[in-house]
Design a protein around this ligand. Structure first.
Ligand SMILES: CC(C)(COP(=O)(O)OP(=O)(O)OC[C@H]1O[C@@H](n2cnc3c(N)ncnc32)[C@H](O)[C@@H]1OP(=O)(O)O)[C@@H](O)C(=O)NCCC(=O)NCCS
Length: 179
C-alpha cells in the first residue's frame, strides 16, 4: 500500500477527491455504527446528521482524514461542546454539561475495518488534539460505553477521566483528557 496521508478534509490535497472521500467516510461511519437496521430512510439520515453530517457542514476544518488510495479512517470534533444546535442533534450531551468546563472539546473517530490496529486511529486523534491544544482548549472528551473495546485505546492515549451517567436508562461513559 502507498504512503498513508493524514490531512484535514479541507486541505487542497482532497479537492479533486472530495466526492470519493465523503462517500468513503460515510461508508466507514455506517459500518462502524452499532445500528444496522433502520425503520425508514429518514431514520438513517438522522443518524448520519447526528454524528457525521453536522460536523462536515458546521466544522469541516476539524475533520481529519487518513487516506491511502481510499479513506482508512477519520477523526472529527469541535472545540466547544456547549452548543444549542449540537444539543438538538445529540440531546444526551446535555447530561454531561457540568464536565465541559474541564473538557470543552469533543471528538468522534472511526477507522475502516481493514485498517484497525495499525496505529492510524492514534495518529488521527493526535492531529485533532494538537489542533485543540494550539487553540488553547483546556481538555477534550468523547462518549463510549464501559465495556467497549475502544475504552482501552482511549485510556492508553491519556483519556484518564471517566464519568458514567444514564441517558434514557442507557449508561453512557464520558472519557476526558486534559490538553
Ligand atoms: C477505536 C479505533 C478508532 C482505534 O483506531 P485503530 O487505528 O484501530 O487503533 P490503534 O491501532 O491506534 O490502536 C490499537 C487499539 O485500538 C483498539 N482497537 C483495535 N481494533 C479495534 C476494533 N475493531 N474495535 C474497537 N477498538 C479497536 C484497541 O484498543 C487496540 O488496542 P489493542 O490491540 O491493545 O486491543 C478503531 O479501532 C475503530 O474504528 N474501531 C471500531 C469503531 C469504534 O470503536 N469507534 C470509536 C467509537 S467511540
Amino acid at each position: 500500500m502507498s504512503e498513508i496521508i493524514i490531512k484535514r478534509l479541507t486541505d487542497p490535497f482532497f479537492n479533486s477527491l472530495k466526492l470519493q472521500v465523503l462517500q468513503e467516510i460515510e461508508d466507514i461511519f455506517f459500518e462502524s455504527s452499532a445500528k444496522k437496521t433502520f425503520k425508514s430512510e429518514k431514520e438513517k439520515l438522522d443518524l448520519k446528521w447526528k454524528y457525521l453530517g453536522f460536523y462536515l457542514e458546521r466544522y469541516p476544518d476539524f475533520v481529519w482524514v487518513a487516506f491511502s488510495e481510499k479513506v482508512l479512517g477519520y477523526c472529527l470534533g469541535m472545540p466547544i461542546t456547549q452548543d444549542d444546535e449540537l444539543y438538538l442533534a445529540q440531546p444526551h450531551l446535555k447530561v454531561f454539561e457540568e464536565q465541559y468546563k474541564d473538557y470543552p472539546a469533543h471528538l468522534h473517530i472511526n477507522c475502516h475495518a481493514m485498517a484497525r490496529g495499525q496505529g492510524i486511529g492514534t495518529r488521527l486523534i493526535e492531529e485533532l488534539e494538537r489542533e485543540f491544544r494550539a487553540m488553547g482548549v483546556k481538555g477534550v472528551h468523547l462518549m463510549t460505553s464501559i465495556d467497549a473495546r475502544n475504552r482501552k485505546f482511549y485510556q492508553r492515549l491519556g483519556y484518564d477521566y471517566e464519568c458514567e451517567l444514564p441517558y434514557l436508562n442507557t449508561p453512557i461513559l464520558m472519557m476526558g483528557k486534559k490538553l
